[in-house]
Design a protein around this ligand. Structure first.
Ligand code: N2P
Length: 365
């Protein structure tokens, strides 16, 4: 070897090692998940274990996530839409199929949940369940008792009946800013199909919501956690685990605020939030490592123990706090399951009606 050739090969060897090293240090995964939805120590542990840095952003609305995904080039590697939104996003070509050979921990998943999520993602080819829960009523037990003379809330009537909600106006009512959660609940209350696409029936739901509109202080999908915990509001139509987080924050603050959660007897929506990889994700290998890590039983159990939602990982159940596993409002028993319904994605025409209807409800016109 000439001196020059030797020098060149030494340089390229050095460059190769250097580049590999730099690459390992620079490994990144960009995650876009719901707010109040993880124990942040999980992110730190993932980075410690894999060397992959996590850039973690949050949202509180499927519509916001969908707008980013449909625009393309979001830069996200892992996103977590709810099943009804995921289904139409798969149709729109927004996601890539998962490489199951990179996801050995999938064997920990729970067939009962996978059967349900297959409704949105046939064969579960594009997504993995993160958490699932219900839409129900969170409330301040003492304030509701004072306003209504009872602290037993077991019906949507407390919310959809204007006479009842009027009594809660002053202590404060928040509602999810989420048409696909609230309109089906109104339809169910009216004894109609929560999945109705009939414009007449959707108009009835609108009318029902407009009647209680004057008594709603705010439409927002994450502020109710603290608002309940601080005693700033007495009722929120919200997501189960978020209400329970509000209850725990209230307990920790020791100001005497007591929070309850009701799965109304007329029926409540059961939803599934699914982890998926966008088709144009910049870090596909890292995304798979992240998903595989999240399917470790101890890891996802830690998340459920913190966010107070059930997850779709069967093997994690041995690590879940007993009080959570045995709470039928989190892990529903047969009687609770009976009351739960799921929703289907809206077709484009119905979606336009729903969007228009929701604007009217939120603006109160
Ligand atoms: C997390 C709420 C997620 C539930 N804070 C809605 N899919």
């Amino acid at each position: 070897m000439t001196r020059k050739a030797l020098w060149l090969s030494a340089t390229s060897a050095f460059l190769a090692v250097f580049t590999l090293g730099a690459h390992a240090e620079n490994r990144v995964v960009n995650v876009f998940n719901w707010s109040d939805y993880i124990d942040s120590s999980i992110i730190d542990d993932f980075t410690k274990e894999t060397g992959i840095k996590v850039v973690y952003d949050t949202f509180d609305s499927n519509e916001i996530l969908e707008t980013k995904l449909l625009a393309g080039g979001s830069g996200y590697d892992v996103v977590v839409p709810s099943g009804n939104f995921l289904a139409r996003q798969i149709q729109a070509g927004v996601f890539q199929k998962l490489d199951k050979s990179k996801l050995p921990n999938i064997s920990n998943m729970w067939d009962t949940v996978m059967e349900r999520t297959a409704k949105y993602d046939p064969g579960n080819e594009y997504s993995i369940n993160y958490m699932w829960g219900t839409v129900g009523i969170g409330y301040n037990i003492k304030k509701v008792q004072a306003a209504l003379g009872t602290d037993k809330i077991d019906s949507w009537d407390v919310f959809f009946n204007p006479e009842s909600l009027a009594k809660l106006k002053d202590c404060g009512v928040y509602v999810l800013d989420s048409p696909a959660d609230i309109i089906p609940a109104a339809l169910k209350y009216l004894g109609l199909d929560p999945n109705s696409t009939s414009p007449d029936e959707i108009a009835k739901a609108e009318e029902t919501l407009l009647k209680v509109r004057p008594y709603i202080r705010k439409f927002h999908s994450s502020e109710y956690i603290n608002a309940l915990a601080n005693g700033d509001i007495c009722l929120a139509v919200g997501w189960s685990g978020d209400v329970f987080q509000g209850r725990n924050r209230a307990d920790e603050a020791k100001q005497g605020v007591e929070i309850g959660y009701s799965v109304p007897k007329e029926g409540a929506q059961m939803w599934f939030d699914q982890m998926a990889i966008p088709a144009d994700a910049p870090h596909v290998a890292e995304a798979h490592e992240f998903l595989n890590y999240m399917m470790k039983p101890e890891v996802i159990a830690k998340s459920s123990n913190y966010v107070l939602y059930a997850n779709g990982n069967k093997a994690s159940q041995q690590f879940i706090d007993k009080a959570i596993l045995e709470d039928p409002a989190i892990y529903p028993d047969a009687a609770t399951l009976q009351k739960l319904y799921t929703v289907s994605p809206y077709d484009p025409k119905t979606q336009r009606i729903i969007t228009r209807t929701w604007t009217k409800i939120v603006t109160g016109q």
